[in-house]
Design a protein around this ligand. Structure first.
Ligand code: A2P
Length: 276
């Protein structure tokens, strides 16, 4: 498929390990396993997404695999991420279980979902998952600056990615800069604030000035900052709308105005409140 402004092969980034990751991914957090998830992922693949982001904790890996098979899109054309649930013991063993649920023989990216038990606790299992061929790339999620530094101090195979909650309202500049200094690609989850940021006045005004939607403005902000972005929707029209973010630019003035919405004070933290 090729639609004006939809993702294409050029809308990718290189990870430090040499792999290529599409800048736009489809996030499936909070979509229950079953027909709704299968349909949403199929809709995303139909409109050109080539990157799906799931996790053991989401409970919907089976539906992601099912949608991929039904879509007819060749496996190697889709970048699939899943995440290790860190309350479990062994990341390599859990990767094998995830692959069973997905019906795949590898994932493109495998992340430690959060640093439960400390920044390095899960890492030997993550490296083993890579060594066994279960995961082409490995990385982390919800790691703050100190946790990244601690992990970098011991990792034989360094993480390629830190996936964190990012939006103009959660810019986390110190964390973003530290991750980049370590050659990590930064991924933005909840880029729409799980929907909350769509009604913000500044976002709406910029959107109407440039003839775009609030969702497109928020997603484009991520792209122009060089973040991989992972919006979620279960509606086909929104899934399509969220993919049309490669055919316009936010001006430097718009970007500055959005940057100024940050409510974290440019934090080094990955989370305002830890749930683990
Ligand atoms: P729905 O799934 O019912 O379409 P985030 O990506 O930050 O987690 O935000 C996801 C939330 O935003 C979901 O509630 C989703 O609703 C909603 N959403 C996603 N895309 C759009 C859009 N383009 N317009 C309006 N709401 C959207």
């Amino acid at each position: 498929m090729s639609q004006f402004g939809a993702p294409s092969e050029s809308h990718t980034m290189e990870l430090a390990d040499g792999s290529t990751i599409p800048l736009l991914g489809f996030g499936v957090w909070q979509i229950p396993n079953g027909p709704e998830c299968v349909q949403a992922v199929q809709a995303a693949l139909d409109v050109g997404y080539r990157h799906i982001d799931t996790a053991q904790a989401y409970g919907n890996e089976e539906s992601v695999g099912e949608a991929l098979r039904r879509s007819g899109v060749p496996r190697e054309e889709v970048f699939i991420t899943t995440k290790f649930l860190p309350s479990q013991e062994d990341a390599a063993r859990e990767a094998a279980h995830s692959l069973g649920r997905l019906g795949l023989d590898y994932v493109d990216l495998y992340l430690v979902h959060w640093p439960q038990g400390g920044a390095t606790r899960a890492w030997p299992g993550m490296e083993e998952a890579h060594r066994l061929g279960y995961a082409r790339s490995i990385g982390v999620s919800n790691f703050d600056v100190t946790e990244l530094e601690t992990l970098m101090g011991v990792a034989a195979l360094r993480p390629s990615v830190d996936q964190v909650q990012l939006s103009p309202f959660h810019y986390r500049r110190t964390l973003v800069n530290a991750a980049r200094e370590q050659d990590l690609v930064v991924e933005a989850y909840s880029p729409l604030g799980t929907g909350r940021h769509l009604s913000d006045e500044t976002v709406r005004r910029i959107a109407s000035q440039i003839g775009r939607t609030p969702a497109q403005v928020l997603l484009r902000w991520c792209i122009q900052h060089g973040f991989v972005v992972l919006p979620k929707s279960t509606h086909q029209d929104r899934i399509q709308e969220n993919a049309r973010i490669f055919d316009f630019n936010l001006s430097p003035a718009d970007m500055s105005e959005l940057d100024a919405l940050d409510q974290t004070g440019g934090t080094h933290r990955a989370q305002e409140r830890k749930w683990w």
